[in-house]
Design a protein around this ligand. Structure first.
Ligand SMILES: Nc1nc2c(ncn2[C@@H]2O[C@H](COP(=O)(O)OP(=O)(O)OP(=O)(O)O)[C@@H](O)[C@H]2O)c(=O)[nH]1
Ligand SMILES: [Mg+2]
Length: 176
């Protein structure tokens, strides 16, 4: 049984906590606090201020310990803490929220500096909104070809599993 530390990050309200709640086999640990800033309170009532944690066993061989970050730049000290020794990173982007693409680009660069671990960009809300194409996002965020971009629905277990398997594939390639 091997243990892998995975980080789920992405801008405010991208769906990080939902992603972890959907897949975890233990009760998730969350750190939600009421949103205090007007522009955030208009979107939702609470936000992650420290981290989320969940765990999932894949094929009885791998146990993934999944850490979710806060989304706001003002909490970026947690991005650094949580990325330490991570074996893989998932960067969630809400595919219908064009205002967040620049921020997502900055986050991608932040994590590429912090860690050499493989990264997968997951385009969330992929099924239900007017959404950007993978190619357009790749160009806006300047995502290199070595980083896959995949569609995702953080509320759907099978979809979340596919994203994690994609990342696991890259991690295993990296190890050999
Ligand atoms: N329909 C749909 N709703 C989603 C999806 N992902 C997240 N949501 C909803 O979007 C809202 C925000 O999700 P959160 O999981 O709190 O987002 P977050 O990235 O953890 O937010 P912060 O921690 O505040 O940055 C919640 O109401 C979710 O139910 C998705 O893929 N499809
Ligand atoms: Mg959250």
């Amino acid at each position: 049984m091997r243990h892998y530390k995975i980080v789920v990050t992405g801008p405010f309200a991208a769906g990080k906590t939902t992603f972890i709640k959907t897949i975890t086999e233990i009760s998730p640990i969350v750190t939600e606090a009421p949103t205090t800033r007007d522009e955030e309170a208009q979107v939702k009532d609470s936000t992650t201020v420290a981290m989320d944690f969940g765990r999932i066993t894949v094929d009885d061989d791998y146990v993934l310990h999944i850490f979710g970050t806060p989304g706001q730049f003002r909490f970026n000290y947690m991005w650094s803490i949580l990325s330490k020794d991570a074996l893989g990173v998932i960067l969630l982007v809400d595919s219908g929220d064009r205002n967040m693409f620049e921020e997502a680009k900055d986050m991608l660069n932040f994590f590429r500096v912090k860690t050499d671990a493989p990264i997968v960009v997951a385009l969330n809300h992929f099924n239900e909104k007017e959404h950007i194409s993978e190619d357009e996002l790749r160009s806006i965020m300047n995502v290199p070809e070595s980083i896959p971009i995949v569609g995702c629905d953080a509320t759907d277990k099978e979809s979340v599993k596919q994203v994690l398997l994609k990342l696991l594939e890259l991690i295993l390639e990296n190890e050999t």
